[in-house]
Design a binder for this molecule. Structure first.
Ligand SMILES: Cc1cc2nc3c(=O)[nH]c(=O)nc-3n(C[C@H](O)[C@H](O)[C@H](O)COP(=O)(O)OP(=O)(O)OC[C@H]3O[C@@H](n4cnc5c(N)ncnc54)[C@H](O)[C@@H]3O)c2cc1C
Length: 550
């Protein structure tokens, strides 16, 4: 490498979702910062058939529309998501006669269905307009990390054919946002496996899948206002798998199957024709919708084991990993963008400390620990849980639990801008650890409960919008930032609510199946609920929080 090289404050390798949003966040926080983003693909990228990661949930959505200031684009160029929706439609053509979980109306806090091609083109343009050096068609090939307080160096190949050139530069901060290519992860030996073995296949079809028209039953159609279930992330669920249906603003629809290989091996679905045969057996109503549209297929992809961890993502040596270059969990609740929002926010804060000349050592380590604890507790929602996805008695309760945990803990910390407030998080340590233990115990209880149920698939809608406390929890995310005492009170109230919900789930499951109370998961939950935690008490006489099902 040559000696005098262009120098940047931050070089981001990979200009996908994580890399471009980090560049915007950095420029927003430090108007004078010099950021170079290198992206292998040439822009503009294609619409629709570009990448997965199309459904956003509240944290990711808030990061895009509010933190990065992209509200105008989200409203005008993407689709407002009609929440999540689940149908126990395995083997069925009559979708109106199966259990549906979802909201009958929009809840307050928005989320979006994102056409990744449209979004990344927009992010590239905004990045350039906001002063980021964004170079597309640039493949990073060499990395030399500084081992002292010096600069990192990288080399990349820009352009193609006779015009291709090798370029080099130095930087104070080097961020790997190159997705599954995992440049820094490979170089530093940071790969870490996990025990979640699910696989996925997906494709886009150049036509809307208007699930609302799958039944002529007027009452079923009128259950939702607007009558636009197609705008939801629809999950067609069965034991060991779920199918996603995600509409895209470009007019296409994204379809995927995510499955536990022990129950639905990948070789039963790893081509479009095989996936169609699979739908014919397991989700025949979707097969009917797609069969006449085969000529509109836009792409087909699969990933054998998509979930993995990473030993370290933030370093005081001024490197970091964000997005899928670090870790990835599972798309069931679409947490990919959330984790990008969280890691990017930590990276911005580390850069801020570095610019102020403050030591990074303790902070980088603590952010890494907190980020990993978010990963661990989110992984518990998925790992080993696919067998119960086909249980219409247990999955609706799991969805309510998982959302109460997500909106009540992680989302509050993010929306209230407390991610990097280590002093306040320290004051909540005991309660946050308890919430984590409670979540683990709940996931085990749900598994044990599902072993007892009849899997009754009632013809009904379990309407999340009709649970007042649930809609209120969702709305609470949009409240203004609290001062510290009010934030502590907010988190205590949320965790107390979580404990009360745990108590009601435990009581409900054990009443229906008394043997459960004596099994280890039933006993473990009872022990946790008996702990006298003064700031987060269980309210044993609270109004019922669960769906009332006859
Ligand atoms: C099956 C599945 C479904 C998913 N569904 C969802 C969902 O619904 N919602 C959600 O939020 N998340 C979802 N995700 C996760 C989502 O895909 C990721 O969170 C997101 O795409 C990661 O963005 P990224 O920027 O890290 O990676 P990418 O978007 O892959 O960007 C990485 C970029 O780096 C570039 N690159 C690679 N190598 C180099 C190199 N050597 N030099 C320069 N550039 C390079 C690539 O061209 C690419 O553009 C899903 C993931 C999977 C596997």
């Amino acid at each position: 490498m040559t000696q005098t090289l262009p120098m940047h404050d931050v070089i981001i390798m990979g200009g996908g979702l994580a890399g471009l949003t980090l560049a915007l966040q950095l420029r927003q926080r430090f108007p004078d910062i010099d950021v170079l983003v290198l992206e292998r693909r040439a822009h503009p990228v294609p619409h629709a058939a570009h990448k997965v990661g199309e459904s956003s949930v509240e944290i990711g959505a808030h990061y895009f529309d509010t933190v990065l200031g992209l509200q105008g684009h989200m409203d005008s160029a993407q689709l407002r998501k009609f929440g999540f929706r689940f149908f126990f439609s395995e083997g069925r053509h009559d979708i109106e006669n199966v259990t549906e979980i979802g909201a009958s109306r929009y809840l307050s806090t928005p989320s979006y269905q994102i056409d990744r091609g449209i979004f990344e083109n927009h992010l590239g343009q905004v990045a350039r307009a906001r002063g980021v050096h964004f170079v597309d068609h640039a493949l990073v090939r060499q990395i030399a990390l500084s081992e002292d307080n010096g600069l990192h160096r990288i080399a990349w190949r820009e352009g193609e054919g006779a015009n291709a050139r090798t370029q080099e530069a130095e930087c104070r901060w080097l961020v790997d946002a190159c997705g599954r290519a995992g440049l820094l992860k490979r170089k530093l030996g940071l790969a870490q496996d996990n025990d979640h073995h699910a696989h996925a296949v997906w494709f886009r079809i150049g036509e809307r899948i208007t699930l609302d028209e799958w039944s002529q039953d007027a009452d079923w159609r009128a259950r939702c206002q607007p009558q636009a279930r197609w705008l939801s992330t629809n999950h067609l669920v069965g034991t060991g798998y779920w199918v996603w249906l995600i509409p895209l603003a470009s007019g296409s629809h994204s379809v995927g199957i995510v499955a536990d290989p022990a129950l639905h091996p990948l070789d039963t679905m790893d081509s479009f024709d095989k996936a169609m045969d699979w739908f014919r057996t397991w989700q025949p109503r979707l097969f009917d919708a797609l069969d006449g549209q085969r000529h509109l297929l836009q792409d087909f992809m699969f990933l054998r084991k998509f979930s993995y961890g990473c030993k370290q993502v933030f370093s005081d040596q001024r490197w970091a990993l964000t997005g899928e270059a670090g870790l990835f969990l599972d798309p069931f609740y679409s947490p990919g963008s959330d984790f990008i929002a969280i890691s990017n926010s930590y990276i911005c804060d580390l850069v801020a400390h570095d610019r102020d000349g403050r030591s990074l050592r303790a902070r980088a380590q603590l952010y890494d620990q907190i980020y990993h604890s978010f990963y661990e507790s989110t992984l518990a929602l998925y790992e080993g849980q696919y067998p119960l996805f086909g249980d219409p008695e247990v999955l609706p309760v799991k969805v309510i639990w998982d959302y109460t945990y997500y909106w009540g803990v992680l989302s509050q910390i993010f929306f209230q801008e407390r991610l990097t407030d280590l002093a306040t998080l320290g004051l909540l340590r005991e309660e946050l650890q308890h919430a984590q233990q409670l979540n683990r115990a709940m996931q085990a209880l749900l598994r044990a409960w599902s072993a007892h149920t009849d899997k009754a698939n009632a013809a009904c809608m379990l309407d999340q919008a009709a649970l007042p406390w649930f809609a209120t929890l969702n709305a609470s995310l949009r409240q203004p930032r609290d001062d510290t005492p009010a934030f502590l009170a907010r988190l205590h109230a949320c965790i107390a609510q979580l404990r009360t919900l745990a108590h009601q789930i435990h009581a409900h499951a054990c009443q229906a199946h008394p043997a459960l109370a004596a099994e280890p998961p039933g006993q473990a939950m009872a022990r946790l609920l008996a702990l006298p935690l003064a700031r987060v008490p269980v309210n044993r006489s609270a109004e019922p929080m669960l769906f009332a099902v006859d």
